[in-house]
Design a binder for this molecule. Structure first.
Ligand SMILES: Nc1ncnc2c1ncn2[C@@H]1O[C@H](COP(=O)(O)OP(=O)(O)OP(=O)(O)O)[C@@H](O)[C@H]1O
Length: 244
């Protein structure tokens, strides 16, 4: 379980996360939604220990983040689909990650097979498509077989088969009792796999409901979208317009 209590983050004088409180429970898929710039990635980065909260506390399975010497075996992070070194193979990128996190090297073949990259394990990641890098990103998150999995927009770039695979994977992880937290813009995936939905806007929690409650708030042929649009309407930072 991830618990975030009263967490704020300031960059200079800019308060980008403002007194955020929510929990992601074990055995559930919690989605973190919100418009561009709402603070989702900043919250994810603080959970990963890549950035320190200016205020508040984050605990994972009851322990404050600061107590972990490494979170690698406790939480699996997939915070970005990128080639760490484009000359290195997928297997080498995961070996580096395993070594850094004290994770057994034998897990690498398992996760490469799990994400469907076993046949291209030796290929330089610089030659990977975006979807292949996304699969590698997810492989990294699964590497330690952690109780808690945190993913930033994991469905981006996946092909149709990959999207269906990811859905099954996430549902299986939750069914196995894992805590899954996902930042996303993809309401279709939220509708299919989400249990709890937290919506941020301008750094604040605008809504924290179950998927079913959010659906019930909406109307028309696309109730989830309509509920989301209503909740975030006054918190949009970037809206497309026309020049007069
Ligand atoms: N390192 C940084 N220094 C200064 N400001 C930052 C930094 N990182 C993020 N921000 C600002 O924090 C705010 C929240 O950004 P964040 O990336 O968390 O939003 P997001 O909800 O993930 O957006 P998106 O949906 O576009 O990915 C933005 O205004 C952004 O400009």
């Amino acid at each position: 379980m991830i618990s975030i209590r009263g967490v704020s983050k300031k960059y200079g004088r800019n308060l980008v996360v403002d007194d955020v409180t929510f929990a992601a429970e074990a055995g559930a898929i919690t989605y973190l939604l919100g418009p561009n710039g709402a603070g989702k990635s900043t919250v994810m980065r603080m959970i990963a220990g890549l950035s320190r909260p200016s205020a508040g506390e984050i605990t994972v399975n009851g322990r404050p983040l600061g107590e972990f010497s490494t979170t690698a075996t406790e939480i699996g992070f997939g915070l970005g689909a990128f080639a760490r070194n484009p000359k290195h193979s997928a297997a080498r990128q995961l070996r580096w990650q395993a070594r850094l996190g004290g994770i057994p090297i034998r897990r690498i073949d398992d996760v490469l097979t799990q994400v469907g990259l076993d046949r291209v394990a030796a290929r330089p990641t610089g030659k990977f498509s975006y979807g292949m890098l996304q699969r590698l990103n997810i492989a990294g998150a699964l590497l330690s077989d952690p109780r808690t999995i945190v993913l930033d927009e994991p469905a981006n770039g996946l092909d149709v088969e990959g999207t269906l695979w990811l859905r099954e994977l996430l549902l299986d992880l939750a069914a196995a009792g894992k805590c899954v937290l996902i930042a996303s813009h993809d309401l279709t995936e939220v509708a299919i796999t989400g249990s709890q939905v937290v919506i941020l806007g301008k750094g604040k929690v605008l809504s924290d409901t179950t998927n079913a409650e959010l659906l019930a708030m909406g109307s028309g042929p696309r109730p989830l979208e309509s509920a989301y649009v209503e909740i975030t309407r006054s918190s949009l930072e970037y809206t497309a317009g026309t020049r007069s």
